[in-house]
Design a binder for this molecule. Sequence first.
Ligand code: NAD
Length: 356
Amino acid sequence: MKNYKLVLLKGDGIGPEIVDEAVKVLDKAADKFGFSVEYDEALLGGCAIDAVGVPLPDETVEKCKAADSVLLGAVGGPKWDTLPGNLRPEAGLLGIRGALGLFANLRPAVIFEPLKCASPLRDDIIGKALDIMVVRELTGGIYFGERGRKEVNGSSAAYDTEMYTVPEIERIARVAFEMAMNRNKKLTSVDKANVLESSRLWRETVLKVAEEYPEVELNHLYVDNCAMQLVRNPGQFDVIVTSNIFGDILSDEASMISGSIGMLASASLNENKAGLYEPIHGSAPDIAGQGIANPLATILSVAMMLKHSLDQPQAADAIENAVAQALEKYRTPDIYTEGTKKVTCKEMGDIVCSLL
Ligand code: NAD
């Protein structure tokens, strides 16, 4: 029987509550689909600061590097907001991403039919369903390029540099093409090739990688047009691949189309595909400990893990179907609408398990 080693970084706020429910669902999926999961826990964020004085202890990095995959709840909270930047919980988050070499960020924007009314877009714009995957380059580009300040004609000036190498573009493009191959075989590469030299290299390189994937229908959009198309006709997209900065903005825009922060999962992958999976929301300190957090984003993160790191796509599909079914009748308070039954975090985890 296949056995997977998983590290849980429960983190702060609602992190422990939602990770516990996701583990429950993963164990049920393991039983049903004939694999087993071994768990280890490690500290990240505020809980690590309280325990050992730093947001990312070395032990956490070592454990995560040795694992098949990592599940993260969320980090941060007002208790640690006044600490200096390098000692804040968020520094732990950036640190673990860097230490694991997570260069590909996957952000699905999905609308489940029963939650269509939560979207800020009209029904006729959303169409029947929405399922977009944004693949964002995470370790290069302008966020990591040369930057500085200088004097220009007697005035202060500042600059940041967007730079990509061909291997950086090739590896993120391959992740996106592979993703498209497992979905509807449609890929949109987003750049600003009408203005930026780095975008022209991006486009040339994506076109070269495309030769390896003749079945995938590839198109290119300028980032301004893509931002517009996402709210004009989101149904035209399957997989979107783009640079760090464009992906930062477009993945937030795409995820807002779903309208429910407690529903959105994400993954960050490295060369070994041993990814880090987490909900896109934060630690929600305002509701922590009340048992009312929505665990579905974390449960859907586990489904992504099964698909992209653990090679158990059937178990992943089963979890996604169970979530869709649960939403027909049951809701945590954040997504509650009249005519459905309001349930707690733990009850939602139990319901998804029972529908698996
Ligand atoms: P947040 O996502 O934690 O909360 C925003 C709002 O959404 C709150 O009203 C919260 O109650 C609600 N919400 C979020 N997730 C929910 C869930 N699963 N179920 C029900 N309601 C949910 O964002 P914030 O308030 O801006 O940040 C709080 C803390 O989280 C901060 O310290 C921030 O730095 C941190 N943060 C961490 C991450 C991360 O760990 N990846 C991401 C974003 C923010």
